[in-house]
Ligand binder design. Sequence first.
Ligand SMILES: Nc1ncnc2c1ncn2[C@@H]1O[C@H](COP(=O)(O)OP(=O)(O)OP(=O)(O)O)[C@@H](O)[C@H]1O
Length: 248
Amino acid sequence: MTALLEAKGLEIHFGGVVAASDVNLQIHEGKNLAIIGPNGAGKTTFLNICTGYLKPSAGQVFFNGKGITRKSPREITRLGVARAFQIPQLFGEHTALENLLIAAAARERRWAPFTRLGQIPERAEMMHLLEMVNCVHVADRPVEELPEGQRKLIDIAVALALKPKLLFMDEPTSGVASSEKFAVLDIVAKALTESKVTSVFVEHDMGIVERFADEVAVWNRGEVLHRGMPDDILSHADVVRDVIGEEI
Ligand SMILES: Nc1ncnc2c1ncn2[C@@H]1O[C@H](COP(=O)(O)OP(=O)(O)OP(=O)(O)O)[C@@H](O)[C@H]1O
């Protein structure tokens, strides 16, 4: 199976801290890969390298066979790699629909500071995205007024507005009430399937991993220690002892 994204021999140290040490990982199209590991293991560092926010001291990242290691976050996004952050990166005073229209204008390279949001032609397409994440009813509400679960969904819709092939999500349900986490991720998973987007998500909640991941990769001290099917990985003695047992 050819990899959609491939990391080869990634290295990065911050002073004495090893955040990536010979990281090799292939991400396969159509699968949802969960990344788990204790605090400080290097999970976010991996996302930062793959999305251009950090440059490794050694190693390479390929997307669709093309080297992206030295490209900027914007160039990588244009190639089809989107990212949703732990804290949604939205314009709080703008409505949900306006946030999507801004993303659509940026995608089409039409965005300028005085762009009239009402004149952006992708309105119907963006309303469809809001429908996909069950947020049509809040289309005209400023996102700063919305609960965290809905902000997360709108943030995912903004990422999907960029028409990515691959989406990295850093703790997609952090800050969401535990009673709502599964419902939020159910909607995200459905939207990703409908949009044919492959996902990689960092997660500390093993219930979420069990339910949504097709595969799991385990990080510790900057290294990928294990990779496999959720059932095998989550019951693996070393993972239970070193990762799950630590209440990550
Ligand atoms: N820009 C940076 N400058 C200095 N140290 C950094 C930087 N980014 C990450 N680190 C360090 O590298 C290590 C790995 O950090 P990283 O954020 O990747 O871990 P993580 O597995 O995502 O942790 P968490 O689960 O707590 O978010 C940590 O010790 C962190 O403090």
